[in-house]
Design a protein around this ligand. Structure first.
Ligand SMILES: Nc1ncnc2c1ncn2[C@@H]1O[C@H](COP(=O)(O)OP(=O)(O)O)[C@@H](O)[C@H]1O
Ligand SMILES: [Mg+2]
Length: 362
């Protein structure tokens, strides 16, 4: 639904060149929610602004719903009619809502319809329908200043849907909201994705957002996509930074002669009692050092860091047992923690296992 090939963007300001996008190949499938994550300055906003040609790419192509937008853009700085039409079918939601304070909620939603030249009655009907869709039917006559942040963002989303877009772009739409409001807005985006078949490309710096709503994700660093795939593909990729950030586990070995392994669960394997099977089959005690489990797209997925007695050479067979059951197993490279060697036993294990599930990756 959205494809970019070799997308680059170089900003020139005061004689300096800043490469914000450095050859980005992005592929977002129809009907999915796709999250792009990365630190500030990674190029996320530049990417999303190039996708609807609000920012003219320096080179490369952008195709949305089969239409090559870069070809429509023409040589001049102003958008031609064809590009404006194509853009009206790409909704955009902003971090700071970008509502006009002098207009009512309804008039804000009607604005893009005015620009598209719809009649007054048609605009009004559509705006009220959209406000109902985002749960704000009773706020049509209010002004933005009378709304909470979450309600303002709902207006922003209703406005973005005015042109019946197939694609919704969202740049940090929940960054200015508290956690509970964030959840309700994400739920709304997910609902719209399902009910309208809307393809959503969202930018975020919060891993939780990816975990809650995204089918696929990409990690951006220095203007490049360094990893991408569906959440379960990422989990199945050994050494994936995104998977590690989505499901962070930590914990150090409690002694010299221990083997620490990270086990990744996804799909069917997640529901089998493999750890207790392993323990019984080989008659070994297994400590869980840390775990991060979650349900993503209806599938239980997650990672667990476990400790097996004995060095790696002695654990080749148990590790093989886990792999045979479809689990991805990576031997973690952890030196024993100084505290753990002086205070061995369950207390040390509990201390490292508790906080991991909440660790973000900001
Ligand atoms: N209009 C601009 N002019 C010059 N440099 C810019 C402009 N917009 C963004 N940049 C630079 O491009 C890089 C990527 O920025 P941006 O796309 O906003 O990243 P992100 O959204 O991931 O924080 C940064 O180094 C930023 O300073
Ligand atoms: Mg940004």
């Amino acid at each position: 639904m959205i494809t970019t090939t070799g997308l680059t963007k170089v900003y020139r300001s005061r004689g300096r060149e800043i490469t914000a996008l450095d050859g980005v190949d992005l592929h977002v499938r129809e009907g999915e929610v796709y999250g792009v994550i990365g630190q500030s300055g990674a190029g996320k906003s530049s990417l999303i602004r190039c996708v609807n040609l609000l920012e003219r790419p320096t080179s490369g192509t952008v195709t949305v719903d089969g239409q090559d937008l870069t070809a429509l853009a023409g040589p001049g700085p102003r958008a031609g009619r064809q590009l404006r039409e194509a853009r009206s079918r790409i909704g955009m939601v902003f971090q700071h809502f970008n509502l006009l304070s002098s207009r009512t909620v309804q008039d804000n939603v009607e604005l893009p319809l005015e620009i598209l030249g719809h009649s007054g009655r048609e605009r009004s009907r559509k705006a009220l329908e959209l406000l109902d869709l985002v749960g704000l039917a009773d706020k049509a006559k209010s002004y933005p200043s009378q709304l909470s942040g979450g309600q303002k963002q709902r207006v922003g989303i209703a406005r973005a849907l005015a042109g019946d877009p197939k694609v919704l772009l969202s740049d940090e739409a929940t960054s200015a909201l508290d956690p509970e409001t964030t959840r309700s807005i994400l739920q709304l985006l997910r609902d719209l994705n399902r009910r309208l078949g809307l393809t959503v490309l969202l930018i975020t710096h919060e891993m939780d957002v990816v975990k809650t709503v995204c089918d696929s994700a990409a990690l951006m660093e220095n203007g490049r996509i360094v990893e991408s795939g569906t959440v379960s593909e990422l989990l199945a990729t050994p050494g994936s930074e995104l998977a590690a950030a989505l499901f962070p586990v930590s914990g150090a070995a409690s002694g010299e002669d221990r083997t620490v392994v990270d086990v990744t669960f996804h799909g069917d394997a997640a529901t089998q009692p493999v750890i207790s099977q392993l323990s019984r089959t080989y008659n070994i005690d297994i400590s869980i050092l840390g775990a991060a489990m979650d349900t993503v797209g209806g599938l239980q997925v997650g990672r667990m860091r476990i400790e097996l007695p004995g060095r790696f050479e002695e654990n080749v067979v148990p590790i093989g047992f886990l792999r045979e059951r479809g689990l991805q197993v990576e031997v973690a490279d952890t030196a024993p923690a100084p505290a753990a060697t002086t205070v061995p036993g369950p207390a040390a294990t509990a201390a490292v296992s508790a906080p991991v599930a909440k660790e973000g990756a900001k």
